[in-house]
Design a protein around this ligand. Structure first.
Ligand code: FES
Length: 124
């Protein structure tokens, strides 16, 4: 039985400085989002089950503030601290994608997996 976290929520805290054309998730509410997420997970006694961590740029800058939930690989964009209850109630506890916050998979930056598939992990 694994004792690892069941879900990881990565929140972009990248800060490019005032007025940068690419934007900065941190300046757009990412920092407050992470603080609220951590506080709510703690209040709901989920801190040891779900880990919320701040990261540098997650490569989806035009959708910020961005949060990525793994292992489901769901990307959320435009997420504010007021959305935390919906994320926890819906995704974490409800097992449902919060559709109003999900970034359209067709609009994500990166190469479609079908175009450049990597081998699955072969763990002995
Ligand atoms: S600045 Fe947040 S995803 Fe790039």
């Amino acid at each position: 039985m694994s004792a690892s976290y069941q879900r990881m929520i990565f929140v972009c805290l990248n800060d490019r400085g005032e007025g940068h054309p690419k934007g900065s998730c941190s300046r757009d509410g990412g920092a407050e989002l992470l603080d609220r997420l951590r506080a709510d997970l703690h209040e709901r006694d989920l801190k040891r089950v779900v880990r919320a961590v701040g990261t540098r740029c997650l490569g989806q800058c035009s959708h910020g503030p961005v949060a990525l939930v793994q292992p489901e690989d769901v990307w959320y964009g435009g997420v504010q601290e007021s959305d935390v209850s919906d994320l926890i109630d819906g995704h974490v506890l409800g097992g449902r994608v919060v559709e109003r916050l999900e970034i359209d998979p067709d609009k994500l930056s990166g190469v479609p997996q079908e175009e450049h598939p990597l081998p699955p992990l072969d763990r002995p």
